[in-house]
Design a protein around this ligand. Structure first.
Ligand SMILES: *Cc1c(COP(=O)(O)O)cnc(C)c1O
Length: 391
């Protein structure tokens, strides 16, 4: 029998080996539960694209389903297949592809597919014919984001093509959907305008004979702020991971949502140096007095942006500390002054913020970006470790 210590060595509560992203699956599942309450009677499609916003697509999807997500949303066919191969048979929808992609496996695996043009309807239904299985289609209308989706002008022809495929037994039109441009700016005039176009295009589709199971348009921001945008299904992504789509309003915190990711590393080297020493590439930081430097073994290849040079804060030796000098590919340095730090000590780069550590939102603000970019960029070299009880 293995000693208890060995069995526990992958437990996320233990100190990290080098660097790791600890994911609190209980937070994900609880966040989904809270979003479900927020959504009233609408279902929740938890968006798990981009490796579950960097948290790990399969564990994130499982935790979301445990929290009551009745759908999963992914961008790519690969992501859809990753979810299915992991044994998750929750309804799932996929929405981003280029001409010539192979839809066969996704259709065979019962993944719902978005279609935005007559050409896409044709390609997808040809695949359905090959596979010998009816494909469930969600027709996407561009209500004002000008990304994918049929323009209102093209909408009737896309609806018509889909209904013909349905009559041929190749497709079933189950969803009508769209996506907001400015839902994170409550009161932005485009929001009401997009809802108006969405309602009009739903009416066009219904008059043509579509009987959708679900109409959906709301991302996290709309789920939190726009009851009239819920329709049958909401599609939160960032809020599932406990991060705020509209940080200025602080709604996620008020609702009790909790950031699920903590990025931590252990000091690789600690040493005393004298005053006037240049630190890291380019000597962009120079010690002002004799001090202790700590080397943190995680860098821009791992998602610590090089723009964080002399800027980003991390939690080390009981305080927030600014990164000292240039962020390198694999490492950066912190200056802890006369506070004690040793090789092996833990540094928390960001987390939920409970212990005084910065949050991903804090990092985003320091860097002039959004928390989405912080968590999705944590690289493949950083192991994700999992803890927290899902519901
Ligand atoms: C990413 C994405 C979402 C989720 O957006 P959040 O702002 O993270 O909630 C919803 N729908 C579509 C189409 C998306 O691409």
């Amino acid at each position: 029998m293995a000693p208890a210590g060995l069995l526990r060595c992958h437990n996320w509560f233990m100190s990290v080996t080098t660097a790791e992203a600890r994911v609190d699956l209980g937070a994900i599942s609880n966040n989904v539960d809270l979003l479900r309450e927020q959504a009233g009677g609408a279902g929740v499609m938890a968006v798990v694209k981009a490796d579950g916003y960097g948290h790990g697509i399969v564990p994130a999807a499982r935790a979301a389903v445990a929290g009551g997500a009745s759908w999963l949303g992914v961008a790519t066919l690969d992501e859809a297949m990753t979810v299915r191969r992991a044994g998750l048979d929750t309804p799932a929808m996929c929405w981003l592809y280029t001409p010539g992609e192979r839809f066969d496996d996704a259709i065979a695996a019962g993944v719902d597919l978005s279609a935005t043009s007559v050409g896409q309807v044709a390609e997808i239904t040809q695949a359905a014919a090959r596979v010998g299985r009816q494909v469930r289609l969600h027709l996407k209308v561009d209500t004002g984001l000008s990304r994918s989706g049929a323009t209102p002008a093209d909408w009737p022809s896309v609806v018509d093509a889909a209904l013909r495929a349905q009559a041929d037994g190749l497709a079933s039109v189950v969803g009508l959907w769209s996506h907001f441009a400015c839902a994170d700016e409550p009161g932005h005039p485009s929001i009401a305008a997009q809802l108006r176009v969405f309602d009009e295009t739903i009416e066009v589709a219904e008059k043509a004979g579509v009987r959708p199971e679900v109409c959906h348009i709301a991302n996290s921001a709309a789920t939190l702020t726009l009851p009239e945008a819920r329709y049958d299904l909401v599609r939160p992504g960032i809020a599932v991971y406990g991060l705020d789509p509209i940080p200025s309003l602080g709604l996620t915190r008020r609702l009790g949502l909790r950031p699920a990711m903590t990025l931590a590393a252990r000091v690789a080297v600690a040493k005393r140096v004298g005053a006037g020493e240049g630190v890291s590439y380019g000597h962009r930081y120079v010690t002002s007095a004799e001090t202790t430097l700590g080397l943190v073994p995680i860098g821009y290849a791992d998602g610590v942006p090089r723009h964080g040079t002399n800027l980003l804060q991390v939690w080390a030796a009981g305080k927030r500390r600014r990164i000292a000098g240039t962020v390198c590919m694999d490492q950066f340095v912190i200056d802890v002054g006369d506070d004690g730090i040793q090789a092996g000590d833990e540094v928390v780069l960001f987390g939920p913020g409970d212990g005084g550590e910065p949050t991903a939102q804090d990092w985003a603000e320091m860097l002039g970006t959004i928390s989405y970019e912080i968590v999705t960029r944590i690289g493949a070299r950083i192991p994700r470790t999992y803890g927290g009880d899902t519901q």
